[in-house]
Design a protein around this ligand. Structure first.
Ligand SMILES: C[S@@+](CC[C@H](N)C(=O)[O-])C[C@H]1O[C@@H](n2cnc3c(N)ncnc32)[C@H](O)[C@@H]1O
Length: 222
């Protein structure tokens, strides 16, 4: 863990965390944006739930889409109504450079949530992978409220680790949503996870950082 990450862990300061994500670039020491261009096995695990359960015609909005690897996987699997938002402008630029066909067909924007709220006026499904645990306790409610414009929200987040740990069941229930499906991905406990573990270097990383990934699907109560 580098010095910046150690500071991040110690201080967990709202502004610090936000600026951290905002200022990352292609080759930053940690979380370089180039890592978010191409999808890999983790994105597939998360998004295969979407592919198996969500109609191709639905408008899918990714909150915290970075350079577009998740939406690109959906695009490659026949989804055409895709849009996304990220706080990091460099990431959205990379998304346009690397996934231009998808980018120009959809709507992808960088900025502060406050400034874009009216731009994405309607979407059917919101997806969010590895983002909410970067959102501070002060801001999480307004983010969840925004995601709840959708009828279905699918998240893949740290269950009990991250800069900010949230109770997703409670947060979504405050806005009239219930969890209709959930899965935990503890180290080595699932077949799909075992596939991943065949790559030994990945297995070492997962043992430390990915002990409890939570996939949660929240649906608006009838
Ligand atoms: C771990 S990355 C995950 C990126 C993407 N979901 C993926 O899996 O490829 C976290 C992302 O959340 C974004 N992010 C962090 N705080 C944010 C905020 N307040 N609003 C929007 N995006 C944010 C970051 O810029 C970054 O792209």
């Amino acid at each position: 863990m580098n010095f910046k990450n150690i500071l991040l862990k110690i201080f967990k300061n709202d502004v610090y965390v936000k600026n951290y994500w905002k200022n990352l670039n292609l080759d930053s020491n940690s979380h370089p944006l180039k890592n978010y261009i191409k999808y890999g096995i983790k994105e597939k695990i998360f998004l295969d739930y979407v592919i198996q359960n969500i109609d191709h015609e639905k408008i899918i909005f990714e909150f915290g889409c970075n350079a577009g690897r998740c939406v690109r996987y959906l695009f490659d699997n026949g989804y055409k109504n895709l849009c996304g938002f990220d706080i990091n402008e460099n990431a959205i630029r990379l998304l346009f450079e690397n996934h231009s066909k998808m980018a120009w067909k959809g709507l992808f924007i960088a900025g502060e949530l406050e400034n874009i709220k009216n731009i994405f006026s309607k979407f059917d499904v919101a997806i969010c992978k590895g983002v909410l645990f970067n959102i501070s306790h002060h801001e999480i409610e307004s983010v969840i409220e925004y995601l709840c414009k959708a009828d279905t929200i699918i998240i893949f987040e740290g269950a009990d680790y991250g800069d900010f740990i949230h109770d997703y069941h409670k947060l979504f229930s405050n806005f009239g949503f219930s969890c209709i499906h959930q899965e935990y991905f503890p180290y080595g406990a699932k077949d799909t996870w075992n596939d991943i573990l065949s790559a030994k270097s990945y297995a070492r990383k997962t043992a430390v950082y990915e002990k409890n990934k939570f996939l949660g699907v929240f649906k608006r109560n009838d």
